[in-house]
Design a protein around this ligand. Sequence first.
Ligand code: HEC
Length: 193
Amino acid sequence: MKSTVLLAASAAALLAGCASGPTAEQQAALVDDARKASGALVQKLGGELKAALSEKGPDGAIAVCKERAPQIAAEVSKQSGMSVKRVSPKNRNPAGIPDAWEAEAQAGLEKRLAAGEKPETLDTWQIVATSAGKEFRYARALPTQPLCLTCHGDAATIPDSVKARLAAEYPFDKATGYAPGTVRGIVSISRPL
Ligand code: HEC
């Protein structure tokens, strides 16, 4: 009798633990991991992009965005144990469409940018409930720097050779017309809990 009561009590405690989700400390650790992972992606990709632009010119650098960006995201995902990718409401890669959470997160970051926050440190996160259980979600703004405009700016700022390659490789490209200092997209990170 007694042991049954004890068992029932501990199961209830376990369930209560699940329902309340990660503790404040666990949440802080998740955010820390996500900041490190998104920082690693931004640094690695930015470094390779700059090097390719100066060594091979903008045409050659397109390959870095096309091939290296997903590879770097996969490496960072593996290292961090979280799913890490880039998405944008004006996506170039057909797979880069944001889901509802990501779209809302980016809209919120854009508001904070307009209210005067620094673009380099703009991020947000949330523990969300899904049909499969709780999930940690994180978004970090990817601000448009002057160098991004070679491939994401107005028609006037994109060299003709780049325009031709983009038209050939991304016939449904929406990722042009950006001004410096705006949010080009986000690094989106998620981890089931
Ligand atoms: C040399 C051209 C080039 C430059 C410079 C460049 N990009 Fe891109 N960008 C691309 C290409 C090509 C893709 C599509 C990559 C793919 O196929 O996944 C892309 C995709 C992206 C995506 C993923 C979402 C989407 O639209 O598919 C983001 C976010 C992004 N770029 C941000 C930036 C930022 C921020 C900078 C400046 C730091 C930058 N890019 C500079 C060519 C470039």
